[in-house]
Each structure stands twice: as C-alpha cells, then as structure tokens.
Design a binder for this molecule. Structure first.
Ligand code: UD1
Length: 371
C-alpha cells in the first residue's frame, strides 16, 4: 500500500507524525510526504519536523502565502503533476487548512482515493475558511477518519455513507502523549521565569479575532487586565504580529509578554504548566483537555464540542468584558478545586495505528477507482 501524505500548515504536522510512524512500523506500507509550503517560516514549519522527530518532507511545493483562491489554486496546479508521478493508492490529508482541501480536489479528480484524518468536525460557521475546507474535503473523501462521535454524527447527517467512516480517535493526542515528557524537559517555564508561578499562556490568530482593529484592541485590553492577576505569555502568530503593527497596537498591552511563534515542544511545555490557556487555536482546545488545563477559547463556536462537554474548554466572546468574566470564573473554579476533565473516547495515543489499519482494510474493500 502506497500512501502520499499531504501537509502544509503548522497544525498539520503533529497530526501527520503518528500516522507516519505507524505506517513505518507496518510491513508493506510505502510512504511519501508532500509539503505544500503554505507555511514556510522555520518556526512555522521545519522546526516542527525536528520537534516531532520525523523526517523532512520528500517534496515541497513552495506555494507560500496569498489570497485563499491564489493559495488554493497554486497548491492544486503544483500538486497535480506530483500526484500523477507518484501514483499512490491513497492521498492522506489532515485537518482543515487550505492545503487539505486543495489536495483533496486534485486527487478526487484524478480518481485517486482520499483519506481524511480529522473528518467530520463542524463549527457550522461558514465565515470560517476552515469550515468550507472541511465541508468540501469530507464530501469528496473516500475514507473518513473522525476523532470523536459528534464528528461521526455530523458526517451521517450530511449523507455520507456509514461504510466510508471509521472512528479512529484523535491522532494529535498520540503526539501529545509521546512527547509530553520531552516537552516538560525543555524547562520553558524556568527559561521564561514563570516556574512555579500561575501564569496564562495565550495564542491568537483567527481572522475573526485579529483582522479587525477594534476586536484585536479589545482582546489586547482584556489580556492587559489579565496581566494584573498573573504573568501573561502570548506566542504571536505572524498574521497577528502583522495586524498589531498595521493597526498601531504595539503599545496596547504593555504588561503582556509577546513571544515569537514557538515550536511544538515549547508550546506544550507552556500549555502544560499554565494556570489557564487563552486561545483561538483548534489544537490547543484538545491539548488542554488532555492536559487538564483550563482553556478559554475566544470564539463564538467550536468544531470540537467534546472539549467543552467533557474537557476543560469554554467559549468566550471576543470582548474585554467577556474575557474578564471568564478569567474570574476560572480563578474561582480553581480555588474551589472544581476543575475536572474526562479524556474523550479513543483519545488514547493509538489513533495513528488505527488510521493505518483503516487504510489497509479499506484498500481491500473499496472498488478500484476509475480515473
Ligand atoms: C492557517 C490555516 C488555519 C490554521 C493556521 C495555523 C487556512 C485557511 N488557515 O491560517 O486553519 O489554524 O494556519 O497557523 O488554511 N505567514 C508567515 N509565515 C508563514 C506562514 C504565514 O509570515 O510561515 C503569514 C503571511 O503573512 C500570511 C499569513 O501569515 O499571509 C497567514 O497565513 P495563511 O497560511 O494564509 O493562514 P494562517 O492564518 O496561518
């Protein structure tokens, strides 16, 4: 069985790692990794391959940044010849970034089977580019590999046949459990002078939070308020850094410590040691649930509802006041010792193996695609 994995952006790499490692451990599995180059800075890309201890991609399409249409189109036109040459049995795509959807479109039209890892998540908010990517990818994929039962229900409700769906659990948790000790060994809290001190760890990069000056300013003021209660460490995504500069907000939160984007191990080290995480990331909602750290997700909705119903996550509106109220409630909960989290079903560190098993089983049962 020949697999061609496609990744492109930071949140893809920690999902690729467990599948790649499980594939390597399975006899008869041949694998190629194509990186679209959607993310290209060292700390947004190469750094992660080192942290995750996986080989650098076999091929990089170097697409870089652009509008959604430009980026998607460039990925498609550069990926097509690579796929024609490689002739894999499966294209394996991850998550919901533009690279995921672009590779799926190309493979589907060439009659190459597509497997989607992290299928079925829905925010029901089509203003999010990721939601469009999820809908298109799941409609076209031949094998859907959801991380949670709510995701299965979403797929069935959209008319996707049950026999295309295999519940594998959450691959990102495989990576988290494999590397948690290594993350702790980085000593990041010590390096940043917050060892043993309650602190907040922050990431923010969604267009809905950072692309409008007023919203971004409200959030920075909310973080400045939080900094009166505890140190606030904010790892700033390139998009957010650019917006802060463009809107003249450099001095808006003087007590908040702005950090460059962090690697995987450093991120997990800080999330693990934090008293709370404030984020709009998808991955951190899940990672904090497994780590048992309170998470405030600054969004109107989440495609990961189990992190709220079973985990440590709660949704917060993008205003200074909502953030302040949520922070106060986390602090009150912590003092009362009331924070509890359950680990969702199949978030057990074995999802990568189940992905490979599902691909092998589906290879036997699916009819040969006609191209
Ligand atoms: C993308 C994903 C998003 C994911 C996020 C994680 C889509 C639609 N969005 O958003 O789901 O949560 O990645 O990071 O696929 N930039 C750099 N260096 C880089 C990459 C980007 O400076 O290595 C800057 C560029 O100015 C670029 C901007 O960041 O225009 C946005 O990058 P882009 O890949 O378009 O989207 P993200 O906001 O990163």
């Amino acid at each position: 069985m020949k697999l061609l994995h496609v990744v492109g952006a930071r949140p893809n790499f920690m999902k690729l790692a467990p599948v790649l490692l499980a594939g390597r451990a399975s006899p008869g599995v041949e694998q190629l990794v194509v990186h679209t180059g959607q993310h290209y800075d060292h700390e947004m890309s190469d750094r992660f391959f080192d942290d995750l201890a996986i080989p650098r991609p076999d091929e990089n399409l170097d697409v870089g940044s652009g509008s959604h249409a430009q980026q998607t189109a460039t990925i498609m036109s550069r990926f097509e010849p690579v796929l024609v040459r490689a002739r894999p049995d499966w294209v394996v795509v991850y998550g919901d970034v533009n690279s995921t959807m672009a590779a799926t479109l190309v493979a589907s039209k060439l009659g190459v089977r597509v497997a989607h890892v992290e299928a079925g998540l829905r925010s029901r908010d089509r203003a999010m580019p990721e939601e469009i990517n999820r809908l298109v990818t799941d409609q076209l994929a031949d094998l859907l590999l959801p991380p949670s039962r709510d995701a299965i229900a979403n797929l069935l409700a959209e008319g996707i046949p049950e026999n295309k769906i295999v519940f594998v659990g959450n691959v990102m948790v495989d990576t988290l459990l494999r590397l948690r000790d290594q993350a702790r060994a980085t000593g990041m809290p010590q390096t940043l002078g917050v060892a043993g001190v309650p602190f907040a760890f922050v990431t923010m990069h969604r267009p809905s939070n950072v692309d409008q000056a007023e919203t971004l300013s409200e959030l920075l003021l909310g973080l400045e308020d939080l900094a009166a209660a505890m140190p606030v460490l904010f790892a700033v995504h390139p998009r957010t850094r650019e917006r802060i500069a463009r809107f003249g907000l450099d001095g808006a939160a003087p007590s908040v410590r702005l950090l460059n984007p962090l690697g995987y191990l450093e991120t997990i080290a800080l999330a693990d040691a934090a008293a709370m995480v404030v984020t709009d990331s998808g991955g951190l909602q899940e990672e904090t649930t497994v780590l048992g750290v309170p998470c405030l997700t600054v969004r109107a909705n989440t495609e990961r509802p189990v992190t709220v119903t079973e985990g440590t996550n709660r949704l917060v509106r993008s205003t200074r006041q909502s953030l302040g109220e949520a922070v106060a409630s986390v602090l009150a909960d912590r003092q009362g010792g009331r924070y509890t989290a359950r680990r969702p079903e199949l978030w057990d560190g074995r999802a990568g193996e189940r992905v490979i098993a599902a691909l092998a089983a589906a290879s036997l049962s699916l009819p040969v695609a006609s191209g």
